[in-house]
Ligand binder design. Structure first.
Ligand SMILES: *Cc1c(COP(=O)(O)O)cnc(C)c1O
Length: 501
């Protein structure tokens, strides 16, 4: 690992990485327009470096980062699949990349058509009537979907419904979104097979329930076999069923949330359709809805003219209103469109089948050494518990940190909350058998180390640029940039372990 100084400690007065042309307009009168106190008296204390130094600086920084292009990235729930570079080529096409959000429709026909066709494909995959691509991420889709549900209930004179039911294994964004949408939350227990406890659900259902939010397969990686019954119960009580689509990588071409009984579905296109999203973005969280909710969708929506052209059509008066620009996070949509067209229906089914196969392969190879709390066929991911290792003084966090020494990212840890010492592993479909075997080997070695040399694990990582960070300090008081006068230092690399998106 490189320990070269960062650019801020390099350089010498007068070195330049760029040459500016002489201005061919007079600058003095412009400067005179600025108030005197806004003018700098001294030069900014910036590093002065040559071009090669600055190129090396950024190249080294990029090498200190870890991404799916650098190694295995089994971060459960996040679907860190490989992003085919074809997607980047398409997203870089000038007609897409340089599009202005307010471009006239007649100058943006291809872009509107892309959204229109993407909407068609997403509707088909989810079994929904219509889709809006406006929301910027899954969580944004959640609040948009809940607002649609709220408007629907209000339109029927049932605005009193103020409760959203959420399983205890749910992702944190579910209760957060429901709270933001001004709902009260009731938590549903998980049953012995890892699904929604149907008896508990029956107890909680009443005339004030607005919706049940679920993901299926859920965050334990298991498919809820009672979903049709659950949907019947929720609908009978007058509630709506919201599908958190973060786990859609397991179901494409195999099952449709619409057929399971869901009324609203969000997609995490950055997960399922391969936009790189480590570090928090960019994302896109389109939502699809069943026919009875279409009037409440945000608008405008793309529409097709009689002559084959496309335009944005304003939403009707029942719409909840706009949640973002028409095109949403457009270049993520371009990548998703490319991804879906590239695979086609059969390819997408194969994606899901391979993701499921890979997860089961890993699960079976590890369950003799790590506790498997719900021992059944998993979908695209599974959750282990490190409770046996913990009894030897090695926690899930230690195991996560130790994996970094082997050039792999860590699985999600301590989520879902219902599994103690949780290690949530999602290999995705894009990894080879050799990579999976290597991961198995490393996980087995770490278990062995927990028996014979636990300090090797509890003091890991040993090979990264920095060791363990104070995670609270790193989150609350991150030092994200250099300022003049900072003491010389080498790069601080932060590898946040198990941060679930
Ligand atoms: C990632 C995720 C979310 C939130 O999605 P974002 O796109 O990160 O906002 C919600 N639920 C589950 C299960 C997730 O994995």
């Amino acid at each position: 690992m490189s320990t070269e100084p960062l650019i801020f400690e390099m350089g010498a007065p007068g070195r330049r990485a760029a040459t500016l042309f002489e201005m061919d307009v007079p600058t003095r009168p412009l400067i005179d327009l600025l108030p005197a106190e806004a003018l700098r008296q001294d030069d900014a204390p910036l590093p002065e470096v040559s071009e090669i130094e600055i190129v090396r600086h950024f190249t080294h920084l990029s090498q200190r980062n870890f991404g799916v292009d650098a190694g295995f990235y089994p971060l459960g729930s996040c679907t860190m699949k490989y992003n085919p570079k074809l997607n980047e080529d398409m997203a870089g096409l000038p007609g897409f990349a340089r599009l202005h959000p307010l471009q006239d429709d007649d100058q943006a026909q291809g872009a509107i058509e892309l959204v229109y066709r993407l909407e068609e494909m997403l509707s088909a995959i989810a079994g929904m009537a219509r889709v809006t691509v406006q929301p910027s991420a899954g969580a944004h889709g959640e609040i948009t979907g809940l607002m649609v549900i709220k408007a629907y209930h209000a339109s029927r004179g049932e605005g009193r419904r103020n409760i959203v039911l959420i399983p205890d294994g749910a992702h944190g964004t579910n209760p957060a979104s429901a709270t933001l949408a001004d709902y009260e939350i009731r938590e549903i227990r998980t049953d012995a097979r890892g699904g929604v406890d149907v008896d508990h659900l029956r107890e909680l259902l009443d005339e004030n329930v607005a919706a049940l939010m679920m993901t299926n397969p859920n965050t334990l990686g298991v498919f809820d076999e009672n979903i049709v019954e659950i949907a019947r119960m929720v609908h009978e009580a007058g509630g709506q069923l919201y599908y958190d689509g973060a786990n859609a990588n397991a179901i494409m071409g195999l099952a449709r949330p619409g057929d399971m009984g869901f009324d609203v579905v969000h997609f995490n296109l950055h997960k399922t359709c391969s936009t790189p999203h480590g570090g928090g973005g960019p994302g896109a969280g389109p939502i699809g809805v069943a026919p009875h909710l279409v009037p409440f969708l945000p608008g405008p929506l793309p529409a097709r003219d009689a002559d084959g052209g496309y335009h944005w059509e304003d939403a009707g008066e029942q719409s909840i209103g706009r949640v973002r620009a028409n095109y949403g996070n457009f270049l993520v949509l371009v990548r998703a469109y490319t991804y879906l067209r590239f695979h086609g229906p059969d390819g997408l089914r194969q994606v899901s089948e391979s993701a499921i196969l890979n997860a089961n392969y890993l699960m079976h190879a590890l369950k003799d050494l790590y506790t498997l709390p719900f021992d059944r066929t998993c979908m695209h991911e599974f959750v282990l518990s490190a409770n046996q290792q913990k009894a030897r003084g090695v926690t899930a966090m230690d195991i996560a940190k130790r994996l970094l020494d082997f050039g792999m990212y860590a699985p999600t840890v301590y989520f879902p909350l219902i599994v103690p010492e949780a290690i949530m592993i999602e290999p995705t479909e894009t990894e080879t058998r050799e990579t999976l075997d290597r991961f198995i080997e490393v996980m087995r070695q770490i278990d062995q180390e927990s028996r014979t040399e636990p300090a090797t694990v509890t003091q890991a990582p040993h090979t990264t640029t920095v060791g363990r960070l104070d995670q609270t300090l790193a989150a609350r008081k991150p030092r994200l940039r250099w300022s003049p006068g900072d003491a010389p230092r080498t790069a601080e690399k932060s590898v946040p372990v198990g941060v679930s998106r």
